[in-house]
Design a protein around this ligand. Structure first.
Ligand code: DAH
Length: 347
């Protein structure tokens, strides 16, 4: 037996394991209950008493040596896998893919920045609105086509279940003009960005929801010249110094006189292209002097105060800025479209 123990001791000392499977194989062979050391203990039981003492001593030494070796192997394998998993600080970093702002948000921020420097506040109003704020207070006659079902999403109809007036999704941001003039005294100078809704079939050029920025300036002696210079300043800041402005007479129930405002097409520089329908001009806003009836509806005396107002489509401004030709892209959330507006410098 002593000889076998010596050979086993040598085997154990020479054993090497590089992974967990190797350690397990060692355990099964040497230190587990059915392993070779265990077998020797079984044999020891059968030995004559006089031999038992010396054999038992060296067998115990073998057992201790075998167990010590098992712990050493376990530790060795664990530290080597830990160092294999450790960070290699010499590797180049994995770039962070950061999110980015939506192009409409970028444009809205830029619009706000330009008007804030002219002393305009930013105001907000509800998207679910009543007929009075969306239409009546803005001097829309009772039978105006914009009140018809084809344009407006109605939520409640007047008279149905006792509703005192129609409740609807606002069709423009002009409702916020009314809310501001009802709640504040002139001077009022604010822009009002927000989402608006119209019952339109969705296509590249039309959508059932889009975004506008309303502008309003009410004070003593506000004139049409102020309106023109304000929009001209905005256009130069937004599109560059060379931009030209054109005002065409128009009609809105809530302004008198009213105008549609065009800028020279930035895409073809006035040469004529599909965006400007070969005219060299693109419309950016509707505007005008606030109608005396509107001021009166809000408790402001039109003999004392005048004001100008304008409404701009944020999608249109964004289209000219980034040359996006399909309105649907703004709400489809296609990451390939959205990540082109990453301004962090990391793609
Ligand atoms: N509310 C108009 C629209 O949605 C835009 C507009 C035109 C707003 C003229 C104004 C304005 O404030 O003066 O088409």
């Amino acid at each position: 037996m002593e000889e076998r123990i010596q050979t086993l001791l040598q085997e154990i000392n020479a054993y090497n394991a590089t992974d967990k499977a190797g350690v397990e194989a060692y355990r099964l062979r040497y230190t587990s209950k059915k392993g070779v050391v265990g077998e020797l203990f079984e044999e020891l039981k059968q030995m004559p008493v006089e031999q038992k003492k010396t054999a038992g001593k060296i067998l115990n030494e073998l057992k201790q040596a075998a167990e010590a070796k098992l712990s050493a192997l376990q530790e060795q394998v664990e530290t080597s896998t830990a160092s294999a998993n450790a960070l290699d600080l010499t590797l180049p970093p994995v770039p962070n893919t950061t999110g980015n702002l939506h192009p409409l948000t970028l444009t809205r921020y830029r619009i706000i920045e330009i008007f804030e420097r002219l002393g305009f506040n930013v105001a907000d109003g509800p998207e679910i609105e009543d007929d009075w704020h969306n239409f009546s207070a803005l001097n829309f006659p009772e039978n105006h086509p914009a009140r018809e079902m084809q344009d407006t999403f109605f939520i409640e109809k007047k008279g149905v279940a006792g509703a005192p007036q129609d409740v609807l999704l606002r069709t423009h941001t002009s409702n916020v003009q009314i809310r501001l003039m009802k709640s504040q005294k002139p001077p009022i100078r604010a822009i009002m960005p927000g989402r608006v809704y119209r019952n339109e079939a969705i296509s590249a050029r039309a959508h059932c929801f889009f975004h506008q920025v309303e502008g309003l300036y009410v004070d003593k002696n506000v004139s049409f010249a102020d309106l023109k210079q304000t929009i001209f300043h905005f256009a130069k800041e937004m599109y560059g110094k060379d931009v030209k402005l054109r005002l065409r007479p128009s009609f809105f129930p809530f302004t008198e006189p009213s105008a549609e405002i065009d800028v020279t097409c930035l895409i073809c520089k006035g040469e004529g292209c599909v965006v400007c329908k070969r005219s060299g001009w693109v419309e950016i806003a509707g505007a005008g002097m606030v109608h005396p009836n509107v001021l009166r509806n809000c408790g402001i005396d039109p003999e004392e105060y005048t004001g100008f107002a304008f409404g701009m489509g944020i999608e249109r401004v964004t289209q000219l800025r980034y040359r996006v030709n399909d309105l649907r892209l703004y709400s489809e959330n296609d990451i390939r479209f959205l990540k082109q507006f990453n301004t962090s410098g990391i793609a």
